[in-house]
Design a protein around this ligand. Structure first.
Ligand SMILES: [Zn+2]
Length: 249
C-alpha cells in the first residue's frame, strides 16, 4: 500500500529550536515504508523563506517522485513579494501546496494579510495546509469555515485537526464545509477513528509533522480498526487526488 507523508518539516526553527534534517525525513522511507514525503520549511520568524524553499527544491531534485515541496512564506510580506515567491515555487520548483502557519508566523487567518494565501492556492490550483491547535485564537479550526466558504474551490487541510483539544471543532468545520480535510497529527487514536467515522476516509490524511513521528502515526492509523479501503484512503489515495501527485498508486 502506497504511503504518502503529507506534512513533514525540514530545517532549523529560530522560534522553537526544533531542527530536522534531510536524513531524518528520508529515514522512514527506508524503515516504515513511506513512499512520498511532502516537505515544508520549518516555521520561523525570518520573513523570507527563499533559502528554505531552495533547500527543499534540492531534495526534490535528488529524490524525484519521492519528495515534493510545500511553500511556506510569511503572509506579513507585501503582497507583491509573496506572489513572486509563489510564482517561483509553483511554476519553477514544482511545489504542490501552500502552508499557512497561524501560530509561528503568526497571522490571523481571517484577516486581510492572510487572504493572499488562499488567493495563491486558488490561482495555482493547490491546497492550503493550515496549522490548527496550539496558538489560539488564530489557530482555531472554526476560523477556516469562513475561508472555506469564501474559496470553495480550494481544498483546506487542517493540519493537526485541532490537535486533539479542538478536534470536535475541526470535525464540525469539516462537516460544514466539503473542501475542509483533516490531518490528525498530535491527536489521540480515539479522535482519529472518530474523524474517519464522521467525515469519511476520503477527507482524512496521514502525516508525521516531525520526521520521528512517522512510525507512531502510521501505527495509529493501522490499529484503529479501519477497513483496508479506508486505510488506503488515509495513507495515500486522498493525498494523490488532493495534491495531484505524479505518482503511481
Ligand atoms: Zn507542521
Amino acid at each position: 500500500m502506497l504511503v504518502i507523508n503529507t506534512h513533514v518539516h525540514l530545517g532549523e526553527s529560530r522560534v522553537t529550536e526544533l531542527a530536522f534534517t534531510e536524513a531524518q525525513i528520508l529515514a522512514p522511507h527506508e524503515t516504515e515504508g513511506v513512499d512520498v514525503s511532502l516537505v515544508l520549511p520549518i516555521p520561523h520568524t525570518v520573513p523570507d523563506q527563499k533559502a528554505a524553499h531552495d533547500r527543499i527544491s534540492r531534495l526534490m531534485q535528488q529524490y524525484p517522485g519521492k519528495v515534493f515541496g510545500v511553500m511556506d512564506e510569511s503572509p506579513a510580506l507585501e503582497d507583491e513579494r509573496y506572489w513572486q515567491e509563489a510564482e517561483r515555487c509553483f511554476t519553477k520548483l514544482g511545489f504542490v501546496a501552500v502552508k499557512l502557519h497561524t501560530y509561528l508566523q503568526p497571522v490571523n487567518p481571517v484577516a486581510r494579510f492572510a487572504t493572499k494565501v488562499y488567493e495563491v492556492a486558488r490561482h495555482f490550483k493547490v491546497p492550503v495546509i493550515v496549522h490548527t491547535g496550539p496558538g489560539i485564537p488564530f489557530s482555531l479550526p472554526a476560523l477556516q469555515i469562513q475561508r472555506a466558504r469564501q474559496f470553495p474551490e480550494v481544498p483546506i487541510i487542517l493540519a493537526h485537526a485541532g490537535a486533539n483539544i479542538f478536534s470536535d471543532e475541526a470535525v464540525m468545520a469539516a462537516e460544514l464545509c466539503e473542501n475542509i480535510f483533516l490531518e490528525p497529527t498530535w491527536c489521540g487514536t480515539v479522535r482519529m477513528k472518530e474523524m474517519v467515522t464522521k467525515i469519511g476516509s476520503q477527507r482524512v490524511l496521514f502525516a508525521s509533522d516531525a520526521p520521528i513521528n512517522a512510525a507512531a502515526q502510521l501505527a495509529s492509523f493501522r490499529t484503529i480498526g479501519l477497513t483496508d479501503a479506508q486505510l488506503e484512503d488515509c495513507l495515500s489515495r486522498t493525498a494523490l487526488n488532493l495534491f495531484r501527485l505524479p505518482v503511481q498508486s
